[in-house]
Design a protein around this ligand. Structure first.
Ligand SMILES: [Zn+2]
Length: 150
């Protein structure tokens, strides 16, 4: 309704929307956020992000979306000491291998930016957080990984 009557609550703040920072991050209303892969229906290879053809078997346009595990293993990491202005350093970036056969680049949280705190192959789990607001005031949600608990 464009013409709000006197009964409308004009002071209520508009509901904030959560927007994923990448298209392959799913933020369901219920259940936990997770990454979404594209699985080739011909050979089973899994990719992050939309694809035209499978890099393994060359099949075209035969992909099915699958939810990816929230847990994986830290394949490689690096401690960043210099970044863009305004970005606090040091922080840890890494590549996480997921059991579906996908590798994902990410920032690591809840771990000291010291080599002694990091280990190749360490179990990690995905988490999310609001990284910024977009121009419309929506929360932009990013994914991160952190050392797995439990
Ligand atoms: Zn394939």
């Amino acid at each position: 309704m464009l013409n709000d009557g006197p009964m409308s609550d004009a002071t209520a703040a508009p509901a904030k929307t959560r927007v994923p920072i990448v298209p392959f991050l799913e933020l369901p209303e219920r259940g936990e956020p997770h990454l979404v892969g594209q699985r080739c229906e011909a050979c089973g290879a899994v990719y992050l992000g939309a694809r035209v053809a499978c890099g393994r078997c060359c099949a075209r346009g035969r992909f099915r979306e699958i939810p990816l595990s929230r847990r994986g293993e830290l394949y490689v990491w690096s401690i960043v000491h210099q970044s863009m202005p305004g970005v606090p350093v040091p922080y840890v970036v890494g590549v996480v291998d997921l059991p579906e056969g996908v590798s994902v680049r990410c920032n690591l949280l809840d771990v000291a930016p010291e080599p002694s705190a990091l280990r190749f192959g360490m179990p990690v789990e995905m988490t999310t957080g609001v990284s910024q607001q977009d121009r419309d005031g929506n929360d932009v949600v990013a994914f991160y990984f952190r050392p797995a608990r439990g």
